[in-house]
Design a protein around this ligand. Structure first.
Ligand SMILES: Nc1ncnc2c1ncn2[C@@H]1O[C@H](COP(=O)(O)OP(=O)(O)OP(=O)(O)O)[C@@H](O)[C@H]1O
Ligand SMILES: NCC(=O)N[C@@H]1O[C@H](COP(=O)([O-])[O-])[C@@H](O)[C@H]1O
Ligand SMILES: [Mg+2]
Length: 389
């Protein structure tokens, strides 16, 4: 389905964090009208949108109220934790849900997308199983073996995730996962620990009326299940790039619709292993704010609106490194931005989150370099100069 190319369109963004903020900027540049929605006021994307709403996105009534009030042409989820059954209803009423309401339902929980990829599409993933109680977790952990990785089926950015080295650590992992599960789920996934050489995000752009296209792979490093730095291009063989593209195409075709997807893979010496995917811009893809002629947010917008993407150009070795909070605070100020910006080909984004807590991502440093190493070092050095006070 292709939408009319008449602009502006009315876009409702469900989730208004840093990824949403850059998406709103891209949408505004083409004059679109954006309603930014999130669970708290003054969220990053709300600061640049035409208007905003604070609701519980897990509440069908709250979603109904804002959709009835604003009558958007498009609903664009920015986080997973949304009452996706309600999105199906909006879609039936003729509102375009990105990429599709069914796709947001598949990717809301790790188990649904895993079942689709592994069972229905026959794609290689880490060995896995599920548990809804500590007893089940002990049994399935022993079946899968140690070390393994335990995650709530509903969470993101590593929340509630832990690596379990042996039987004695299972109970702690269970408690941590349940305490940090988002939404109403009490289910965890246990995965075989993959000893990868590198992990990548393959930004995959699915279009209404044109072929699926890909950005060059993005390499990334994670801690506590959360992204710390990313770089593009990731150095992997052409064979492995083609293999990951084929898998990304297969999964995104099954999900349907249009938009950008961040498809995550573990790359081992001999294998390309599918991990998970975001049906929207990806945090590690923030590197494209400096590394490409069209960043992931502009690509998402063009794909959504059915605008052409004639060419994606990679602009050379580039990297991003996160700026994290270290303590709880509700008065946010930074030092060191001037120092960080003294270096050539370095840029900083501060998201404008109104409060901080340990490890909350507050900004990102971006850099270009002569090679991967120098780009990564420049980005990390710049990120380290910026401090919350
Ligand atoms: N089975 C595994 N083997 C090895 N490492 C893993 C495994 N699963 C997850 N990890 C590590 O933890 C990171 C986060 O895992 P995952 O992507 O599943 O979580 P997430 O909460 O969805 O993160 P995000 O929302 O940021 O994508 C991975 O990028 C990887 O570094
Ligand atoms: N890996 C998913 C991801 O990076 N999502 C991004 O983080 C925001 C939530 O941040 P918060 O937890 O600091 O509010 C989300 O709104 C999205 O922009
Ligand atoms: Mg991930």
């Amino acid at each position: 389905m292709k939408k009319s190319l008449q602009l502006p369109q009315k876009l409702m963004l469900l989730g208004s964090g840093e990824l949403g903020k850059e998406f709103v900027i891209a949408a505004q540049r083409l004059g679109n009208y954006v309603i930014a929605v999130d669970r708290y006021a003054n969220a990053p994307a709300m600061q640049v949108a035409d208007c905003s709403e604070v609701i519980s996105m897990l509440s069908a009534e709250d979603l109904e109220a804002v959709v009835t009030k604003h009558k958007p042409d498009f609903i664009i989820p920015e986080i997973e934790a949304i009452r996706t059954e309600k999105l199906q209803e909006f879609e039936q009423r003729g509102i375009t849900v990105i990429p599709t309401a069914a796709a947001t339902n598949y990717t809301m929980n790790r188990d649904r997308i895993r079942e689709l990829a592994h069972k229905e599409l026959g794609i290689r993933t880490a060995k896995y199983g599920y548990a809804v109680s500590l007893e089940e977790l002990i049994a399935i952990s022993e079946e899968i073996g140690f070390p393994n990785v335990v995650k709530p089926v509903m969470s993101s950015s590593g929340k509630g995730q832990s690596v379990v080295n042996d039987r004695t650590e299972v109970e702690k992992a269970w408690k941590y996962a349940i305490e940090n599960s988002r939404g109403d789920s009490q289910k965890v996934i246990v995965e075989e620990f993959i000893n990868f050489e590198i992990e990548i995000t393959l930004l995959t752009i699915k279009q209404w009326d044109a072929e699926t296209i890909f950005c060059p792979p993005i390499g990334h490093r994670q801690e506590r299940g959360d992204y710390q730095e990313s770089w593009q291009p990731a150095c992997i063989s052409d064979d492995k790039i083609l293999a990951s593209q084929a898998i990304a195409k297969k999964v995104t075709d099954a999900l349907g619709g249009a938009g950008i997807f961040g498809v995550e893979f573990f790359i081992t010496k001999d294998e390309v292993i599918f991990s998970e995917l975001s049906p929207r811009p990806h945090d590690t893809g923030m590197v494209t704010l400096i590394s490409q002629n069209l960043n992931e947010f502009e690509l998402h917008l063009r794909a959504i609106l059915g605008l052409p993407i004639p060419h994606i150009e990679q602009l050379g070795y580039s990297a991003s490194a996160v700026i994290l909070a270290s303590e709880k605070s509700d008065s946010i100020a930074f030092t060191g931005v001037a120092e960080a910006l003294t270096e050539k080909d370095v840029d900083i984004r501060l998201f404008g989150k109104p409060t901080a807590h340990p490890y909350r991502r507050m900004g990102v440093a971006l850099a270009k370099g002569n090679d991967e190493k120098s780009a990564r070092e420049k980005a990390t050095k710049a990120a380290n100069k910026v401090k919350l006070v």
